[in-house]
Design a protein around this ligand. Structure first.
Ligand code: F6R
Length: 270
């Protein structure tokens, strides 16, 4: 695991966007795993800037989002399809046909919808880089605490913590879904690379549990300890409860000349 601690939230967003661009430059038809949420909005703004500066093109990129609400249709402004359209897709040159979100329409068996999404990911060649945020309860995607560490795309019931955390985005009286279709933890671990972005003090405990705690279903993000190429990109506030901060910073400074000489692990084939 690579742990990178940066000065502030903007630096986290910038590095996240840069990592995506590095990959696309190397592999123009990369398959990206994308996330929604406030942390990602800042990162998408940097991606859009890089696109406008002509530093990257998404023309041949394919994307698979982690999750989508159940109970509202994709045209609803609160859906994650609408979020992605608004925050990223409408501002870049990605082919809409190549953008995927897990969907489970009314009257569709969720088990069938989940395995169909897994097949679509496999048919695209698997995910090259999965971008993640983290919930204050340690969730990744909508894999809430107690999610199976070998889970696949399926329906999850959101916890009260998640519903409360996300209620800031819903107007009073507006329907807030409490079910979602989400990639599973095994689906996430299958990605060839993973980056998790976390900012703000409200994420500090979850980040500590994920990086320095035991691998446990109570903190789904801790499953990333099993991933060969996972990077946590944190601001100081999100890293504030980590115990081994000095070590992570030392590793980072030791790695810098190696990266300059040999390239970072994003440049390794495969
Ligand atoms: C949503 C998702 C979630 C969020 C997490 C953090 O697609 O994957 O796991 O990344 O809830 O959300 P923010 O960034 O809003 O704190």
């Amino acid at each position: 695991m690579e742990v990178i601690i940066l000065e502030n939230a903007d630096a986290v967003a910038q590095l996240g966007a840069r990592r995506i661009c590095e990959l696309i430059k190397k592999k123009p038809n990369a398959v990206l795993g994308l996330a929604t949420g406030s942390t990602q909005i800042a990162m998408y703004q940097h991606l859009i800037r890089l696109y406008r500066e002509r530093q990257v093109s998404f023309r041949s990129v394919t994307s698979f989002n982690l999750d989508e609400y159940i109970g509202i249709n994709p045209e609803n402004p609160q859906s994650y399809r609408s979020f992605m359209k608004r925050e990223l897709f409408d501002a870049i040159d990605i082919d809409r046909e190549n953008t995927h979100l897990p969907a489970c329409e009314n009257n569709v068996n969720p088990r069938k919808a989940g395995s169909a999404y897994e097949r679509q990911i496999a048919a695209a060649g698997g995910i090259d880089l999965q971008v993640l945020g983290i919930g204050s309860n340690g969730h990744i995607g909508f894999n809430e605490p107690t999610s199976s560490l070998v889970s696949r795309t399926r329906v999850k019931t959101l916890t009260e913590t998640t519903v409360t955390d996300n209620s800031r985005l819903f107007k009073e009286g507006e329907f807030q879904p409490h079910l979602a279709m989400t990639m599973g933890i095994a689906t996430i671990l299958d990605a060839r690379r993973a980056i998790l972005l976390a900012t703000g003090e409200q994420k500090a405990q979850a980040v500590k549990d994920a990086i320095e705690g035991p691998i446990a279903a109570m903190c789904p993000a801790s499953a990333l300890q099993l991933h060969e190429r996972a990077t946590f990109i944190l601001d100081r506030a999100a890293a504030s409860k980590l115990q081994n901060t000095a070590y992570y910073q030392w590793v980072h400074s030791e790695n810098t000349p190696l990266v300059e000489k040999y390239g970072n692990f994003y440049e390794i084939d495969g």
